[in-house]
Design a protein around this ligand. Structure first.
Ligand code: PCA
Length: 215
């Protein structure tokens, strides 16, 4: 039986919850015949990924998908690339605030996700769940997670596929934010993540549709 490791972050930035973990925890235990292992991980530079790596060593997954909150985004967004740069606007949950630092001193400038991000976004949209490929995971803990994950897989587990997806705020968070703040129900997020995992497990990218930017 194939195995997928799916992680979601703890709350951060004064939020009472993180929709990433809430959506992940509601996933079924088997998706497309693969066992789903779930873990909640800390919003801490380096230590967040260390928790994921511990899980990778423990359960030897075939695929790893990490999920994080991108407040202000309207759609589920599979990330195309993680960059070798940590530049935090606010301290992480341990008080670290790296400014314009390399994540891995002698690592490459960037790693691309090895998941079929375009096919994942397409499948979610076709199911009526708004999604788009994102070409920046930011410079905070989620990008740190994606970069370290891909560095680890490239150097230690080349047969394991990995990537990251951001989710919007949940409606309960948006209730106390400005009226134009986008949000998505946890049920839609969970359904979207499940679909994304089904497509990722199938492993086939789709380059037929235009998913790129105009800027
Ligand atoms: N989102 C943050 C860190 C944790 C999370 O859920 C980010 O996008 O970097």
């Amino acid at each position: 039986m194939k195995k997928v490791l799916v992680t979601g972050f703890q709350p951060f930035g004064g939020e009472p919850m993180n929709p990433a973990w809430e959506a992940v925890r509601a996933l079924p235990d088997v998706i497309a015949g693969a066992e789903v292992v779930k873990a909640e991980v800390p919003v801490v530079f380096g230590a967040g990924f260390a928790a994921v790596e511990e899980k990778i060593d423990e359960c030897s997954p075939d695929l790893v998908l990490c999920i994080g909150q991108a407040g202000g985004r309207a759609k589920l967004s599979p990330e195309f690339v993680g960059i070798n740069c940590a530049d935090a606007r606010i301290p992480d949950n341990d008080g670290n605030q790296p400014l314009a630092e390399r994540i891995v001193e002698d690592g490459p400038d960037a790693y691309f996700s090895s998941l079929p991000v375009r096919a994942m976004a397409k499948a979610m949209n076709e199911a009526g769940i708004p999604a788009e490929v994102s070409f920046t995971a930011g410079t905070y803990v989620c990008n740190d997670m994606l970069y370290r994950l891909m560095h680890c897989l490239a150097t230690k587990h080349p047969a394991v596929a990995g990537g990251f997806m951001h989710v919007p705020f949940a409606p309960v968070q948006a209730t106390r934010l400005p009226s134009a703040t986008p949000s998505m129900s946890l049920a839609d997020m969970t359904a979207g993540i499940q679909l994304a995992l089904e497509v990722a497990l199938a492993g086939k990218e789709d380059t037929s549709a235009s998913m790129g930017a105009t800027h």
